[in-house]
Design a protein around this ligand. Structure first.
Ligand SMILES: *[C@@H]1O[C@H](CO)[C@@H](O)[C@H](O)[C@H]1NC(C)=O
Ligand SMILES: *[C@@H]1O[C@H](CO)[C@@H](O)[C@H](O)[C@H]1NC(C)=O
Length: 661
């Protein structure tokens, strides 16, 4: 904090060197005085807006909401392999496994969606990718694909080194058979080649006269080499320094990902340091600063730096480095895999960081590829994983008819429970099936429960998932590529299914780590007088969006100061009229979406309430933070705890918690 302030202060000093010197000395003295006396509040009220901006920084918030949103993407990924004993075809139930939610080109139409534009863009992309994945899955083409990955227990080298000529003879690819893992690093020693003339270039602006453009650029990619037949490998990280020829006329580094021919949004580093308020990656900025002029200011700046040191300035002096790559100059580049993303250092200095994107896992990065105007001298990879994580869905799924969902009844279902789940959560789903989903109300189909799962980036997982869905009859696939910011689509799918397929009176939403005391939940819904619209759960009033930090919600995403009253996500119930209006609005492309599904629900219910009064019912027994005695729902329950809760429930009437993990 303090160091940051001084840095800013320095920058300010160098900006207005000449005329403001006297004023600055005054301000500086005042600043030092105030900092030493630790009375920062003076700045908030006393001094002008400019110094205000320098001196007060948003505090780091670590509230409950912060953790809540952060938790889900960090879930440990379980590795699943191809299931050996395929369930017999005759076991396939008639239950349809695809969500009836209709996505089309207009669903994520970007016009008029100024607020959550990014969300709509990402939803559109996820839907397009999901569509092809689903079609492939349906056609059965992927089943054979799984056989190849069966033998994944091969042991892999911990480090690999290739000379430049070896690298060339391998087709400019270094194969990393077991992919990468946390802490893996790859070092490339190379030299950018001299720029050449190019008449047709994708990276510069098209000129009218047929003038050639001088271009020098190269590409380093982490690729997923294990893809389906004939498909381009996915680019898990695309790192493209453009020394000359980029359309902005300056050297830049462009980074991106590409999955099934779909490019994500590019991260361009053009020499400006990323703002401090922006998201960092393992505490590092996404883009470092470098001197933006090509003419060799590097030497000059180094001279100034030495001069400053000589005249004895004690304060920290920032050095401006030139663009890290130049023609004919050897570089040593190291790419490393951190907790939150990839980091690139060149010649020992951090240059860029690229946060991991959903859908790209480290173990999928099975090749390093280099191309373009670069002369590769050598490539080293080290701290590699020695083996593929073991795949064992047999441990999780129990292919017994006992756990299958009964078919949908002809009579009216009272309560429909939609459970948000992720493709690879086989163990979580199995635990729910074997515990609370064995409740007599579910067995007799007065209550129906289904898991809502989107498509997973790993093909084997989708293949498994499809078999699981067909066998147990309780999984509904919402055909978009899964992404934590898009869980809200599953919530809409739950409403749609609950209303159109099940025709339930009440709709409940839960998570796959939520244990549901089915009779208690149903009683809570039955208590509301017939015909009234209701919203029951652990309701938050007057919550505000978190505006700072990693999980910040921008004003663009959520312009209002407050959130509407909303029930915590792990368990809430709605009357079906509300669910019906949500599904219908979505189909008419009129539903506002927000990345937090529980807040979205609060918003939709609030809107519904403006035309028909809604009975809001708050209850702590829909426990959000874990388990309390007498719970209606318990959250964060591990598969073992689920079984334990179920055992206790069967033996004693009063619901008790299980406090092991
Ligand atoms: C799996 O790999 C091991 C060791 O590499 C090999 O001995 C075995 O034959 C392979 N099994 C199959 C089914 O390919
Ligand atoms: C619902 O609507 C009623 C009447 O219009 C209003 O008094 C109430 O505050 C609303 N409730 C919520 C939670 O918005």
């Amino acid at each position: 904090m303090k160091r940051g302030r001084l840095e800013k202060f320095d920058a300010f000093m160098s900006l207005t060197r000449q005329r403001l010197v006297q004023i600055l000395i005054g301000v500086g003295l005042l600043y030092i005085l105030l900092v030493t006396l630790e009375i920062p509040f003076v700045f908030r009220t006393g001094i002008s807006a400019v110094s205000h901006e320098f001196l007060t920084r948003p505090p780091r918030l670590e509230s409950e909401e912060d953790l809540e949103v952060g938790e889900a993407p960090a879930r440990p990924v379980e590795k699943i392999s191809f299931y050996a004993n395929q369930p017999a075809q005759s076991h396939i139930t008639e239950n349809k496994i695809l969500s009836g939610l209709i996505f089309d080109k207009n669903t994520f139409d970007l016009s008029g969606k100024d607020g959550s534009l990014e969300l709509y863009k990402s939803a559109k992309n996820a839907w397009e990718v999901g569509k092809t994945v689903w079609e492939e899955l349906e056609s059965g083409n992927l089943r054979t694909d799984g056989d190849k990955s069966e033998n994944r227990s091969e042991s892999c080298p911990r480090s690999i080194s290739l000379s430049g000529s070896e690298f060339l003879s391998h087709g400019k690819v270094m194969v990393l058979p077991c992919g990468l893992t946390l802490g893996s690093h790859i070092t490339v020693v190379g030299m950018p080649m001299a720029a050449h003339r190019e008449y047709q270039t994708g990276i510069s602006l098209v000129k009218d006269d047929d003038e050639p453009v001088m271009v020098s650029q190269f590409i380093m990619e982490l690729q997923g080499l294990k893809t389906a037949n004939g498909e381009d490998p996915s680019r898990i990280l695309h790192f493209n320094p453009r020394l000359k020829g980029d359309w902005n006329g300056k050297p830049i580094i462009e980074q991106n990902t590409c999955y099934r021919m779909q490019w994500g949004s590019a991260q361009r580093c053009d020499g400006w340091k990323s703002k401090a308020a922006e998201e960092t990656v393992d505490g590092l900025v996404k883009c470092e600063k470098w001197i933006r002029d090509d003419n060799d200011h590097g030497e000059e700046s180094k001279a100034i730096w030495w001069l400053k040191r000589l005249i004895g300035r004690t304060k920290k002096v920032t050095v401006d480095w030139p663009f890290p790559f130049s023609e004919g100059k050897l570089f040593v580049l190291t790419l490393s895999a951190g907790l939150e993303g990839y980091h690139v250092n060149v010649d020992g200095r951090h240059v860029t960081s690229f946060p991991y994107r959903t859908g790209f896992t480290l173990e999928d990065a099975t090749g390093l590829y280099l191309s373009g105007e670069v002369d590769v001298h050598s490539v080293f990879a080290a701290s590699l994983p020695a083996s593929h994580p073991s795949f064992a869905p047999q441990q999780h799924l129990e292919w017994s008819r006992r756990w299958c969902a009964p078919p949908l009844p002809n009579f009216v279902v009272e309560l429909f429970i939609g459970i948000l789940s992720a493709g690879h959560h086989f163990a979580e789903r199995m635990a729910a099936r074997k515990s609370w989903m064995q409740h007599r109300l579910i067995k007799s189909t007065r209550v129906v429960a289904r898991f809502f799962v989107a498509l997973h980036p790993r093909k084997e997982v989708n293949v498994e998932l499809q078999k699981e869905a067909e066998f147990f009859g309780d999984v509904i696939i919402v055909p978009y590529m899964d992404n934590y910011d898009l869980v809200v689509l599953k919530t809409v799918a739950i409403c749609e299914y609950g209303v159109h397929t099940v025709s339930a009176k009440y709709i409940m939403k839960g998570d796959d780590d939520t244990f549901v005391k089915v009779d208690a939940v149903l009683d809570a819904a039955r208590k509301v007088p017939a015909g009234r619209s209701f919203y029951i759960g652990n309701i938050n009033y007057n919550h505000k969006p978190l505006r700072h930090g990693k999980w910040a919600v921008t004003y663009q995403e959520w312009p209002e100061e407050d959130y509407p009253p909303y029930a915590n996500g792990p368990g809430y119930i709605l009357s079906s009229d509300i669910a019906r209006s949500i599904a219908s609005k979505f189909q008419r492309n009129r539903l506002r979406l927000f990345k937090m599904e529980d807040v979205s629900m609060g918003m939709w219910v609030e809107l519904f309430n403006s035309s028909k009064p809604v009975h809001y019912s708050h209850s702590l027994q829909f426990c959000q933070f874990g388990c309390i005695e007498g719970y209606y729902t318990a959250h964060y329950q591990s598969p073992r705890q689920m079984m334990c809760l179920w055992d206790k429930l069967k033996r004693q009437s009063r619901p008790k918690c299980c406090n092991m993990r």
